[in-house]
Design a binder for this molecule. Structure first.
Ligand code: ADP
Ligand code: MG
Length: 230
């Protein structure tokens, strides 16, 4: 599903060069549930943004779901992203003026899905995250955990090949964190490939594989022996 080889990412700021990812290679197969761990500044978000085609890299190659996506134009990236990737952010990134339902329908508007099918698929996605009874609410009328569930529904509504999340539980308390991890586990059990960043070792124990970064390098890659199933 994901085949990243020898990737290097350099940020240029004020004449300075910062190597954010150094010779990173990672393969992820269909159906895996992987967490990316590491201290602040170790390159986790940079890695996730590259995997999610939200950012470019300077050296190396990336094959996503059989397609070489190493050097796409912005338009091509946007197209592949909308088709293959669902992305969930720490800060939810919902549209504040739109209802829950409209937020979940939005990726399908971009994908030019008909209004009827948009509604049907949005409702199915909202049912999967347990929010089918909140569709008319606005984001500021629901809790943080519910907002993240809306974001997950929005991320899966185009049936992406991979669901990616950068610190999806970073703004949530521990009880709500478990609710979100259960949703990821359920989606993974149904066949969705999931990759998520977390800096919390406890949270990583709910995934099946832990890839650890330090100073822009991939330092460790281990299967979780007994993942905790929620
Ligand atoms: P993490 O998510 O693990 O905290 P990041 O990927 O955000 O790490 O950052 C890795 C390194 O790259 C850090 O040193 C950070 O300061 C730097 N960095 C991240 N984004 C940018 C950017 N847009 N411009 C310049 N430097 C950046
Ligand atoms: Mg980060």
């Amino acid at each position: 599903m994901i085949d990243l080889k020898n990737v290097k990412k350099i940020y240029h700021t004020g004449g300075e060069e910062l190597i954010a990812l150094n010779d990173v290679s990672l393969q992820i197969k269909k159906g895996e549930f992987t967490s990316i761990m590491g201290p602040s500044g170790s390159g986790k978000s940079t890695m996730m943004n590259i995997l999610g085609l939200l950012d470019r890299f300077d050296e190396g190659s990336y094959i996503l779901n059989g397609q070489n996506v190493s050097s796409l134009t912005d338009n091509e990236s946007a197209h592949v992203r909308n088709k293959e990737i669902g992305f969930v952010f720490q800060s939810f990134n919902l549209m504040p003026r739109m209802s829950i339902l409209e937020n979940v329908e939005l990726p399908m508007v971009y994908a030019k899905v008909s209004a009827k099918e948009r509604h049907e698929r949005a409702m199915i996605a909202l049912e999967k995250v347990g929010l089918a009874n909140r569709v008319k609410h606005k984001p500021n009328e629901i809790s943080g955990g519910q907002k993240q569930r809306v974001a997950i529904a929005r991320a899966i509504v185009n049936q992406p090949a991979v669901l990616m999340a950068d610190e999806p539980t970073g703004n949530l308390d521990s009880k709500t964190t478990l609710e979100i991890m259960k949703i990821f586990q359920d989606l993974n059990a149904d066949g969705t490939t999931v990759v998520m960043v977390t800096h919390e070792p406890d949270v990583a124990q709910y995934t099946k594989r832990i890839v650890s970064f330090k100073d822009g390098r991939l330092m460790d890659d281990q299967l979780v022996e007994n993942p905790i199933i929620l």
